[in-house]
Ligand binder design. Structure first.
Ligand SMILES: [Fe+2]
Length: 201
């Protein structure tokens, strides 16, 4: 299996799968509920990000999924456009991201709520360790395009972020062309029981 990636657009013409996420589907990710409702009402049917993937045959026991994620630039109040974010359904599966274009943050959070926002720019390689919640955020003014690779049996669990009211911190515009990490007022820490469920896989 081989394919050419268009690094300017994120398009993989010979992809085996694709998924689009609309701005309306992201509205609940933003802490600024009024601004996000306005955005969803005005631009809800626009694509916020799309994924093109190369997935191996399901019969491969140790297959790797690779592909691209292309996230539009934009803001809701001081918050930047972001992906929904997830932990892997098999939480011990890691992932790598290689940034092809744009400026972004790979926002990481442990089950206990420790965060590490990692800056990404063209050429950055980012490793997402096992048991880590992860989300991409576009802090620039052009598309953020990353190439990802993860074990094909990893799966995505989006509800871990929804249940907690988001990630523990928000990445917001610092007013000077950059970004800063601030506390998320809606965040509810995970119970020990919930953490243990994920650690058991
Ligand atoms: Fe992932």
């Amino acid at each position: 299996m081989a394919a050419k990636i268009d690094a300017a657009t994120g398009i993989i013409a010979a992809r085996t799968g694709a998924k689009e996420t609309l701005i309306a589907e992201l509205a609940g990710c933003f802490a600024g509920t009024e601004a996000s409702a306005t955005l969803a009402a005005n631009r809800g049917d626009e694509v916020a990000y799309f994924v093109h993937e190369m997935r191996p045959d399901a019969s491969e026991p140790y297959g790797l999924v690779s592909g691209t994620s292309t996230l539009k630039p934009g803001k809701v109040g001081r918050e930047f456009f972001m992906t929904r974010g997830h932990i892997h359904s098999r939480p011990d599966r890691p992932e790598i991201y290689f940034c092809l274009r744009g400026r972004g943050v790979m926002h990481l959070e442990t089950l206990t709520g420790e965060t590490s926002p990692l800056a990404m720019e063209s050429g950055s390689l980012t490793y997402v360790p096992p048991f880590m919640i992860h989300r991409s955020i576009n802090v620039g003014d052009e598309p953020l395009i990353t190439l990802f690779c993860y074990p094909a049996d990893a799966g995505q669990d989006y509800e871990i972020i929804v249940r907690a009211g988001g990630m523990r911190t928000l990445i917001v515009d610092d007013g000077a062309g950059g970004w800063i990490e601030v506390a998320n007022p809606r965040y509810q820490p995970r119970s020990i029981d919930e953490q243990q469920r994920y650690l058991r896989g």
